[in-house]
Design a protein around this ligand. Structure first.
Ligand code: NDP
Length: 322
């Protein structure tokens, strides 16, 4: 199938790109990917997206965006992109090729990559059991539900410190569970954490399991595992926040598009334009990135939506120039 504009990803960035691209008469096709609605649907309620004064459940919000894109003619394909072959030059009418489930080939003049990022989890079983019931990977999204309660944040980087500080503004007490004897975060972030009386940093602790009746009520930790003074400790908590990093979903594009050391797609100068993997100064024609896959900093739905709009406007301009 040959299309003008192909969008990969069904989070706020992908759907917003679809709304703008379809209103620009690009007749976009959107490949929905493995998690319909994107990362946002792992949270319980969205209260910080403008336009929903009473909050909204993430499935409703993402369905609203999808229906809005559909109304203007976006075509949706359920499936996962398994392979791409992006053209280096489109001067001889070459197209970008994208395969869904290895079999269905789409050829596109422009591709908007909005594949998001996935929060890293520890991999313990109880994390899955309590996901959405006390386990979260976004303090900005879910912290409000833990006002005046006790929570734990796992991780010792800048994100963990930022989230612990944010949560300390809402919660009664915040534990930080840090596997090393020191924090990895920048000095200023460390000082904010260490000087905050509501935050207790548990250095050299790892989480064994979460406990609770239907929701998180506690965590079993191990102190200095394997050392002579190894000890098990239980803490009572109402919320367990992961802040051990994110992984942008960009591995599929690594041969074609410039990424930073963490795998985030490099965009420059307030644009969504991608650059070539082999030469990060050369534009990758017709390739645009929006949302968390190109954003190591903000990771907010509203920011992703904004960049989706930008990507569609830039794709439209590019297609018209062909
Ligand atoms: P980082 O990779 O910097 O930190 C991850 C933290 O999680 C580390 O403390 C790491 O421990 C810990 N961790 C990783 N895996 C596990 C595990 N399995 N069990 C327990 N702990 C684990 O990620 P961040 O998201 O914090 O930051 C990403 C980038 O974004 C960084 O460059 C950061 O500086 C930047 N950033 C900047 C901000 C700012 O300037 N305001 C705010 C937020 C992020 P260990 O140290 O032992 O590896």
């Amino acid at each position: 199938m040959k299309v003008k504009c192909l969008i990969i990803g069904s989070g706020p960035a992908g759907y917003t790109a679809a709304i703008y691209a379809s209103r620009a008469n690009l007749a976009p096709v959107l490949i929905e990917g493995p998690q319909l609605g994107g990362q946002l649907t792992t949270t319980t309620e969205v209260e910080n997206f403008p336009g929903y004064p009473d909050g909204v459940d993430p499935f409703t919000m993402m369905d609203d965006m999808r229906r809005q894109a559909e109304r203007f003619g976006t075509q949706f394909v359920s499936g996962i992109v398994t392979k791409v072959e992006f053209a280096n030059s489109q001067s001889q009418g070459q197209c970008h090729k994208v395969w869904v489930e290895d079999t269905d080939l789409y050829e596109a003049d422009a591709v908007i990559i909005a594949t998001g990022a996935s929060a890293r989890y520890l991999g313990i079983e109880s994390e899955r059991t309590y996901r959405g019931r006390g386990v979260s990977a976004c303090a900005t999204c879910d912290g409000f539900f833990y006002r005046k309660k006790t929570v734990a944040v796992v991780g010792g980087g800048d994100t963990a410190c930022e989230e612990a500080n944010y949560l300390a503004g809402l919660c009664e007490k915040v534990y930080m569970i840090v596997r090393k004897p020191y924090l990895r975060a920048s000095e200023i972030m460390q000082q904010r954490v260490l000087n905050n009386p509501k935050i207790e940093v548990l250095f050299e602790h790892n989480t064994l399991q979460l406990t609770g009746e239907g929701k998180v009520q506690g965590a079993d930790l191990v102190y200095r595992k394997g050392e002579p003074d190894e000890a098990i400790r239980h803490i009572d908590i109402d919320g367990f926040f992961l802040a051990i990093g994110h992984h942008p979903n960009t591995d599929l594009f690594k041969d074609y598009i410039a990424r930073d050391a963490e795998g985030y797609i490099i965009v420059k100068d307030n644009s969504t334009q991608c650059y070539q993997a082999s030469n990060a100064n050369a534009k990758a024609n017709g390739l645009f990135a929006a949302g968390d896959c190109a954003d190591p900093h903000y990771r907010q739905a509203i920011v992703a939506a904004g960049s989706g709009a930008k990507a569609a406007i830039e794709a439209d301009k590019y297609i018209k120039s062909l």
